[in-house]
Design a binder for this molecule. Sequence first.
Ligand code: LHQ
Length: 258
Amino acid sequence: TVLSSLDSGVLTVTLNRPDKLNSFNEVMHLALRDQIQRAHSDGDVRAVLLTGAGRGFCAGQDLGDRDPRSGEKPDLGRTLNTFYNPTLRLIRSLNKPVVCAVNGVAAGAGANIALACDIVLAAKSAKFIQAFSKIGLIPDAGGSWALTRLVGEARAKALALTAEPVMAEQAAEWGMIWRAVEDADLMAEAQALAAKLAAGPTFGLGLTKQLIQEAATNDFSTQLDRERDCQQAAGHSADYAEGVLAFLEKRPSSFKGC
Ligand code: LHQ
């Protein structure tokens, strides 16, 4: 249900249930989580590239996995607690960049998993749908948090309440994602970006990611203190020494990631 490959520091993770638009069943949840956990623990992984197989990125929860006619009240809180939330926390806490290449429709939790990634590229034909309200649910997988911060309360409310799709170019204009690219160029661009990040000063990039995330909740003075502490740590990294030396020697840096 999930394909993965490690090449030059980039762990490419591909959601792979294309006949169901890569919607999540339990097996795919656990397989995705395994890969993000691997990214945490494997020093050879210096960036992650997440994408989907086939014509969609991810249609959220597999709605075929429960029969509403059974009369049983589903425990969706448990589903989130057991399957979605741990993976979302792992993506946000990973001290390495996560690039998302949204190759097609991203709906429900599928849209919000994309929005939890650090840099999101999307094919121009891709769309983002906060599909939850169509079936009586609320935006989960971090969507009520991420969407509000990315596009602001007015757009977040309209998108979540109406479930209107947003095309990739509009999403980029609104700052919901980094960039919309021609469909044919998506994977090459996303791979090039992930490869560039994987060849970067991973320790400093990890601190940068964490600082920007913390800014959502820190006040200015606290953030200044956090910048001081992180810069102190970055200043002790081998990659900082290499970066400065390479600058002085007028040559490209050769970062080791530490
Ligand atoms: C699907 C799905 C799908 C199963 C397409 N499931 N088969 C968290 C906690 C616990 C429970 C509940 O949920 C959550 C979070 C959530 O994610 S809730 C939101 C769940 N997702 C949705 O409501 C989206 C449902 N899908 C759609 O609205 C459409 O499929 C979209 C707009 C994504 C794509 O539309 P089309 O391009 O027209 O494709 P399609 O609808 O024809 O789908 C293609 C196939 O994929 C089709 O199967 P079939 O056998 O007929 O070819 C769909 O049934 C299947 N599929 N999404 N979520």
